[in-house]
Design a protein around this ligand. Structure first.
Ligand code: BGP
Length: 472
């Protein structure tokens, strides 16, 4: 876009795409799977639930064949905790484990590197009913055991592990919408203590992998937050401080704990001022310090633009994914310089380069994109395809920005946008489509669930064939 002398993408760059279990698998009551909080989520009559989704559970071979045809080098997907441990704890469900073994076998046979997320939003219901991430004594050992089982059973075939998807979005949603708790909003003390429990669980799992598996299995492990750069709305100094605050509360609080094993001091000051009582126990900081990720995976959709605010109440902006303002620290506003998707998410390819630079400056670890994409209402045209030129344009610009970051010397190891196949959006049903592959179903009418290649399918295929050399 703006740069001379672009570097090429590395030779073994992981070009692929992403999904998550509850959004694509369906078969929620098959194969011995237990219920998760997503199985009882209800986002209104207008939208479908997650019970059938893209029926990946029954179509995985066909879907992986299409990924192979596109030339994927990697595929990032998540394991449903309740498929492996129906109650979240207790006895392993062999049938559930076998499903993932088969998926991984199919990927390996297609020369596609599996990138596996251990936890992507879908807490087993049996654990949630006993407090979920608020019940540290219950959930931390259960999560450790679940992850350890995956390392033991799948670790010889998996080289890229991701611990927790978007812990920052979970925490900020708990504060603002209660997205993962049937609309129950948590107090700041509750939300940040759940978050702390996740930090501990994440660190213990990473440390276990490093100590007991890494040498033999030669894999890497890291977290997968959602990173959004924060811009100040004006050059007023107080807006610049607000942007720094937003960066901390949206990104660095989480990454500082994962990578440096410490709480960000600005976040601690906020906790103090707001009366957030963190249940920090003896030995916790040692646990955090003892674990350091091998790489940082992050999801990037958009940036945020903010200004100073003394407000006590949450900003009511809901048409923007990143309207996660924190009263007293920053307030999100619209960025007049950016276009938006039809769902109101600002499109900011240069923000991706900005995010790469910030994360690289702070942590100096290899970086992997695990989500990036555009959600659009789409229909199949008469030729059985979708002319999704907007998606091609979106990816073209984001990949160009990533190439610029690589040219600036940043170690980026792969790009796995959202998503390979159409699937159910986290809270806006099946009509919000993100895939390279169209799945012919409506919100309620499942039709035959046939798969069709969108125009972007062929564009991505060509791009991967050229290893991104044609993107600038
Ligand atoms: C991320 C989640 C994904 C996915 C994506 C798109 O936050 O990790 O699971 O849902 O956003 O969001 P949505 O489905 O709301 O459009």
């Amino acid at each position: 876009m703006f740069m001379k002398n672009l570097k090429n993408f590395p030779k073994n760059f992981l070009w692929g795409a992403s999904t998550s279990a509850y959004q694509c698998e369906g078969a929620t009551a098959e194969g011995g799977k237990g219920k998760t909080i997503m199985d009882i989520a209800n986002h209104g009559d207008e939208y479908c639930d997650f019970s059938v989704a893209s029926d990946f559970y029954h179509h995985y071979k066909e879907d992986i064949a299409l990924m192979k045809e596109m030339g994927f080098k990697s595929f990032r997907f998540s394991i449903s905790w309740a498929r492996v441990f129906p109650n979240g704890d207790g006895k392993v469900n062999q049938e559930g484990l076998d499903f993932y073994k088969n998926v991984i076998k199919e990927l390996r046979a297609s020369n596609i590197e599996p990138i596996v997320t251990i936890f992507h939003f879908d807490t087993p219901l049996a654990l949630e009913e006993k407090g979920g991430w608020s019940n540290r004594e219950l959930i931390v050992p259960a999560f450790e055991k679940y992850a350890d089982t995956l390392f033991q059973e799948l670790g010889d075939q998996v080289k890229y592990w991701l611990t927790i998807n978007e812990q920052n979005v979970i925490t900020l949603s708990n504060l603002k919408f209660g997205m993962f708790s049937k609309g129950k909003r948590f107090t700041a003390t509750e939300a940040f203590n759940k978050n702390h429990v996740m930090f501990i669980a994440n660190a213990l799992v990473m440390a276990n992998y490093h100590k007991n598996y890494q040498k033999k299995q030669k894999g890497l492990i890291g977290p997968a937050p959602n990173v959004a750069p924060a811009y100040a709305n004006t050059n007023k100094p107080e807006d610049q401080i607000a942007a720094m605050n937003a960066g901390v509360m949206r990104n660095w609080l989480y990454l500082d704990a994962y990578v440096r094993g410490e709480y960000n001091p600005i976040a601690l000051k906020y906790f103090e001022d707001k009366g957030v009582e963190l249940d920090l126990r003896k030995g916790d900081l040692e646990i955090l310090k003892a674990a350091k990720p091998d790489y940082i995976a992050f999801n990037y959709y958009t940036s945020m633009t903010v200004e100073h605010s003394d407000a006590e109440e949450m900003n009511k902006v809901m048409d923007q994914q990143v309207g996660f303002d924190i009263p007293g620290m920053f307030r999100s506003v619209k960025n007049q310089n950016l276009d938006k998707t039809e769902y109101g998410w600002e499109i900011d390819p240069m923000g991706l380069r900005y995010a790469f630079r910030e994360v690289h400056e702070r942590y100096r670890l290899p970086l992997l994109i695990t989500e990036n994409g555009i959600g659009v209402r789409e229909t199949l045209n008469k030729d059985n395809t979708v002319n999704d030129d907007y998606r091609i344009d979106y990816y073209q610009k984001h990949i160009a920005a990533m190439r610029e970051a690589i040219s600036e010397g940043i170690d980026v190891i792969g790009y796995n946008p959202w998503t390979a196949i159409d699937l159910v959006s986290t809270h806006q049903g099946f009509s919000k489509r993100y895939g390279f592959i169209y799945i012919d179903r409506d919100e309620k009418d499942l039709k035959e669930m046939k798969r069709y290649r969108k125009k972007s399918f062929f564009w991505y295929q060509e791009m991967i064939k050229n290893n991104g050399d044609n993107i600038m």
